[in-house]
Design a binder for this molecule. Structure first.
Ligand code: PLP
Length: 416
C-alpha cells in the first residue's frame, strides 16, 4: 500500500543558521529577537544576493546598451516577475516597486484618490489601521472634501463585521483594511471585505505589511484592487516594497511623481507617460532592494509558507498559553485566526520600562503605540509592549521572555 510521505519537520535550528545576526550576545546574554513585526532579520542568502549584485552586475537599469546595464535590468525585471508569481498577479505590469507599504498607500491616495474622490465621497477604513493607512487618506480628504469612516474593533480585537453593512453606501469609493494587524495579530477576512466593498461599488485596498511575512497571499483569490507590502518585514531589504494593482486601474491612474524613467516623451510643452508599471517608477529605482526582495521570496518559498505558518502558529499558541499564566498580564487580540504578534500590558509597568528591563536580558521587544494611536485610544491605553515572533524564534526564547517578565513583575511588586 502506498503511503503519502510525511511533510519534513520544520527545522528551526537550520533556519537560525541562515541568520548570522541572531548569533550574538546582547548585554552578556544570547540575543532573543522578538521585534520582527517592526523589521525582520535577513538571511545570509539575501545579503549575499545584494553583495553579488554590487560586486558583479551593478549599473543603472533600462537605459544602457552595455553588458552590466543589461544584467542589472534583467535582475531587476526578474525580481518583478518573482513578486508577480509569488502574489498571484496576472501580469508583471501590475507590480510597482515602491519604498514600502507607506509609499504604496500614498501612491494610491495621491494618484487614484486625486481623480476619483470629491466632496461627500467616503473612504471606509478600520480602527485597527496603521497610521500609514490612515494619514494618506486624511490628507486626501482635506484636499478633496471626502470623509473618512471607521469600522469598529471588538473587545477581543476583531473587526466588527456588521459595521460594513452599516457604513458602506453608494458614497463609499474605497475600503481600506489591514490584512493582519500589527498590534493585535488578527488575520482579517479580506476576501469577504473585498466582496462587501465591491457589492457597494467601492474599490478595496489591502495593507499587507504584516501578512506577506507569514501568509501565502494570492491577490487574485482575494479579489482586491490594490495590495501593498514592504520587503523588510519579510526577510528582504529596507527601502523596497510593492504596490500591486489591477492593470486597468494602474493604466487609468495619473502619474504619482514625475521624472526620468516614467515618460514616453518629453517636450518643453508637455510629456507623455511610459506604460505601466514604469509610469509609477520615476527616477533610478532601488535595484539592489528589488533583487534582495526577490531573494527573500525565494528563501520563504524554499521553506514553504505553509510549513512556516504551521510552525509559527504552534509557537504563537505556546506563547499565548505561557503569557496567559502570568498574573496581571493582558494580551490584546484574539486567541485564534492570528499570527504571533503579541501586544500586552503588564500590571502598571509602563511598556517602555518593560522593554528596557527586557533589553538588559538580551530580549528585544517593542514598546509604544506601534503607529496605531487610534487603536490605543480605543483600548484606553497609551502604549503596549509587543513581542513579535517570526520563523527563527524558538520555544526557549518564549520561555526566556516569560521568565524575564516574571522577574520584572516581582521587582515591580516589591517596589510598591
Ligand atoms: N502597515 C502595517 C500594518 C505595518 O505594520 C507597517 C509597519 O510597521 C506599515 C503599514 C508601514 O510599513 P513601512 O514602514 O514599511 O512603509
Amino acid at each position: 500500500m502506498e503511503t503519502t510521505p510525511a511533510a519534513p519537520a520544520y527545522d528551526v535550528g537550520a533556519v537560525r543558521r541562515d541568520f548570522p545576526i541572531l548569533d550574538q550576545l546582547v548585554h552578556g546574554r544570547p540575543l532573543v529577537y522578538l521585534d520582527s513585526a517592526a523589521s525582520a532579520q535577513r538571511p545570509r542568502q539575501v545579503t549575499e544576493a545584494i553583495r553579488r549584485h554590487y560586486e558583479t552586475s551593478h549599473a543603472n537599469v533600462h537605459r544602457g546598451a552595455h553588458e552590466l546595464s543589461l544584467r542589472a535590468t534583467e535582475a531587476y525585471e526578474g525580481a518583478r516577475a518573482s513578486v508577480a508569481r509569488h502574489i498571484g498577479a496576472s501580469s508583471e505590469a501590475e507590480v510597482v516597486f515602491v519604498r514600502g507599504t507607506t509609499e504604496a498607500v500614498n501612491l494610491v491616495a495621491g494618484s487614484w484618490g486625486a481623480v476619483n474622490m470629491g466632496p461627500g465621497d467616503e473612504i471606509l477604513l478600520t480602527k485597527m489601521e496603521h497610521h500609514s493607512n490612515i494619514v494618506p487618506w486624511q490628507l486626501l480628504a482635506e484636499r478633496t472634501g471626502a470623509r473618512l469612516r471607521f469600522v469598529d474593533v471588538s473587545p477581543d480585537g476583531q473587526l466588527v463585521m456588521a459595521d460594513y453593512a452599516r457604513l458602506l453606501s453608494e458614497r463609499t469609493r474605497l475600503v481600506g483594511v489591514t490584512h493582519v494587524s500589527n498590534t493585535l495579530g488578527v488575520i482579517n477576512p479580506v476576501r469577504e471585505i473585498t466582496e462587501l466593498a465591491h457589492d457597494a461599488g467601492a474599490l478595496c485596498l489591502i495593507d499587507g505589511a504584516q501578512a506577506t511575512p507569514h501568509l501565502q497571499v494570492d491577490v487574485a483569490r482575494i479579489g482586491c484592487d490594490f495590495y501593498a507590502f514592504s520587503g523588510h518585514k519579510m526577510c528582504g531589504p529596507t527601502g523596497i516594497g510593492v504596490l500591486w494593482a489591477r492593470r486597468e486601474l494602474l493604466e487609468a491612474m495619473p502619474p504619482y511623481q514625475g521624472g526620468g524613467e516614467m515618460i514616453s516623451s518629453v517636450t518643453l510643452e508637455g510629456s507623455t507617460w511610459a506604460a505601466v508599471p514604469q509610469k509609477f517608477e520615476a527616477g533610478t529605482p532601488n535595484i539592489a532592494g528589488a533583487i534582495g526582495l526577490a531573494e527573500a521570496i525565494r528563501y520563504l518559498d524554499g521553506i514553504g509558507l505553509d510549513a512556516l505558518q504551521r510552525y509559527e502558529s504552534e509557537l504563537a499558541g505556546y506563547a499565548l498559553e505561557r503569557l496567559g499564566r502570568i498574573e496581571g498580564l493582558r494580551v490584546y487580540g484574539p486567541r485564534s485566526d492570528r499570527v504571533g504578534v503579541l501586544s500586552f500590558t503588564y500590571l502598571d509597568i509602563h511598556a517602555h520600562d518593560l522593554a528596557t528591563i527586557l533589553d538588559q536580558r538580551g530580549i528585544a521587544i517593542r514598546a509604544g503605540h506601534h503607529c496605531n494611536q487610534p487603536l490605543m485610544d480605543h483600548f484606553g491605553v497609551d502604549a503596549t509592549a509587543r513581542a513579535s515572533l517570526y520563523l527563527y524564534n524558538t520555544h526557549e526564547e518564549v520561555d526566556a521572555l516569560c521568565e524575564a517578565l516574571d522577574l520584572a513583575g516581582e521587582l515591580f511588586c516589591r517596589s510598591l
